[in-house]
Ligand binder design. Structure first.
Ligand code: NAP
Ligand code: MG
Length: 515
């Protein structure tokens, strides 16, 4: 019997026992500050001449760890190791491959506080969000293991007389996984173990902001017994070795999550056929969003306000699913805005390791500069209602910021900012709200707040986003419950944590035997 999938429960941090465990884990993680993290090629730890620091964005003086950068020669070795290991890994039965994932999930559960602490310190994520990141990684392991077992069962085909027909899924080959920093464990885990459990081997290039969390993932996969060379870990710059990987003729697929800019570049580069290449690369590119929440005249405004704030400012607005446009019906506009501003001003900001802080810092100096640039743009496109400044603290802290009077096609309403900046757009009715919501290049998430059933029905049909939510926030998709991924410039159509995801990394073989 294939087990049922159950989502990992969040940790209850109101329980003093759990609080103490986290405080201990943070202390322990700080004791490990400054450690060096090696590349892993064919199961062996590899150093290079070059290393870079991963800092704690809550306090950039703290170096969480140093990671060695791969050069092209080392990256080439990683591809070769993956190619060699593929020959055996593809023959391992799906039941055994799934078992590695179940084991890794169990190991993550045991090391939950340690992983959560690493995310708090390396990402500046608050406790609850960091815990959710770990829970999601565990979910991906369990969910894809279960799904792989289901796909390994005999697939239904029509029977004809005198023939035995069978269809089964075989892996593609060596894949490159390029992950973002904003879900340093969950997304990296899902993007790696999905293809892995289908029998592919992997070269994993994590985001340069979060190498320590990636190292912990690698340790866990090794401890779970995944054979040498099946996952190879290369740190290094996206534009150098990232480029080398995606343009390599020996790579069969690319699994990317990150910005629109890099994603489109990878789609273009990855689609060029190079000498010696005898396949068309499969490319998944999951990218950004410009997500809207519609607050209709018939909405429960107070709950809408709470959820807009959670969606726009949770993890400092650094989620692809974050709300960056609130589209508000003019009939309830004034009260809604007054509530939004009042509640936003009350948000506590400070180091992520302090459990009381709802918002921590932005990820790095570049993110801070970008945010401040958009505040300037906002000042010319609309009127600032609150926030807008860097906070006078040592990390990359900024205030949660709200602009009103933003035109639907203004830059603030069209470009992904990836920070705590919310644009308010006033509309005259629900139809106009839907038009504005759809009027971007993206199509990732969206929410509608309304108690009018027919408006929700209309949204089901016309609100063109991959993940649409009614009367709830636009963030916090759960594996297996809310398969995640967007339309248009938000992505190529992978639904992470959904039924079809593993098919992206496999090909079906049909075998017919005359009897
Ligand atoms: P990013 O800057 O695009 O980087 C993503 C990854 O690509 C990193 O590992 C990066 O390496 C690498 N990279 C950069 N340039 C490259 C190149 N020329 N060739 C190959 N690889 C390259 O994105 P990010 O800042 O990490 O993440 C934030 C973005 O991800 C946002 O736009 C967000 O909306 C999006 N996102 C989307 C989803 C989704 O499911 N749709 C989920 C999460 C995040 P370096 O770190 O070394 O630069
Ligand atoms: Mg960092």
């Amino acid at each position: 019997m294939i087990p049922d999938f159950k989502n990992e429960a969040p940790t209850d941090f109101s329980d003093e026992k759990n609080q103490n465990a986290m405080l201990q884990a943070i202390k322990k993680a700080k004791n490990e500050y400054g450690r060096e993290y090696e590349l892993v090629i064919d199961g062996k730890k590899v150093k290079s001449d070059d290393k870079f620091a991963s800092i704690n964005p809550s306090n950039p003086d703290e170096v969480v760890g140093y990671a060695f950068s791969a050069n092209r020669e080392i990256t080439e070795r990683a591809i070769r190791a993956a190619s060699k290991s593929f020959e055996e890994w593809k023959l391992v039965s799906p039941g055994i491959r799934a078992r590695y994932l179940f084991k890794a999930a169990a190991l993550m559960r045991k090391r939950k506080a340690e992983l959560t602490a690493a995310i708090v310190l390396e990402n500046g994520k608050n406790w609850v969000e960091a815990d959710g990141d770990v829970a999601e990684a565990i979910d991906f392991l369990d969910y894809y293991a279960i799904r792989a077992l289901q796909l390994a069962e005999r697939q239904p085909l029509a029977r004809i007389k005198g023939e035995d027909n069978e269809l089964y899924y075989i892996p593609l080959g060596v894949g490159v996984v390029i992950s973002p920093w904003n879900f340093p464990l969950a997304i990296l885990t899902g993007m790696t173990v999905g293809p892995l459990v289908m029998g592919n081997s992997i070269v994993l290039k994590p985001a340069s902001n979060t190498p320590v969390v990636a190292a912990k993932f690698m340790e866990i996969m090794e401890e779970a017994g995944v054979p040498d060379g099946v996952i190879n870990l290369v740190y290094g710059s996206g534009s150098d070795i990232g480029h080398y990987l995606v343009s390599h003729p020996g790579i069969r697929f690319i699994n990317f999550t990150g910005s629109r800019e890099v994603g489109l570049y990878i789609v273009e580069e990855g689609n060029k056929i190079r000498e010696g290449q005898k396949w068309i690369k499969r490319i998944s590119a999951e990218m950004g969003g410009k997500n809207a929440i519609i607050i209709d005249s018939e909405a429960e405004v107070d709950s809408a306000v709470a959820c807009v704030i959670a969606s726009a400012f949770g993890y400092q607005g650094q989620k692809c699913s974050a709300c960056s446009r609130a589209i508000i019906d003019e009939k309830i506009y004034d009260y809604t805005v007054q509530q939004l501003v009042e509640k936003t001003k009350a948000i506590r900001i400070g180091p992520a390791e302090d459990r009381e802080n709802f918002m921590g810092p932005l990820i790095d100096q570049a993110a801070l500069d970008k945010f401040l640039k958009y505040v300037e743009i906002g000042n010319s496109e609309g009127r600032i209602l609150c926030g807008g400044s860097r906070l006078n603290k040592s990390g990359y802290y900024v205030e949660p910021t709200i602009f009103e009077g933003i035109e639907p096609r203004a830059r603030l309403a069209q470009e992904e900012i990836f920070g705590p900046l919310l644009s308010l757009i006033k509309v005259k009715d629900f139809d106009q709200a839907l038009d504005v919501a759809n009027d971007t290049e993206y199509g990732l998430t969206g929410s509608v707040y309304s108690n009018n059933w027919s408006k929700l029905e209309k949204s089901r049909r016309d609100f063109h986003v991959g993940n649409l939510y009614f009367n709830r926030k636009s963030t916090s998709a759960l594996v297996g419950v809310h398969p995640f991924g967007g339309y248009n410039m938000s992505g190529t159509g992978a639904k992470a944590g959904g039924n079809d995801y593993l098919l992206l990394f496999s090909q079906a073989k049909a075998v017919s035997e005359e009897l």
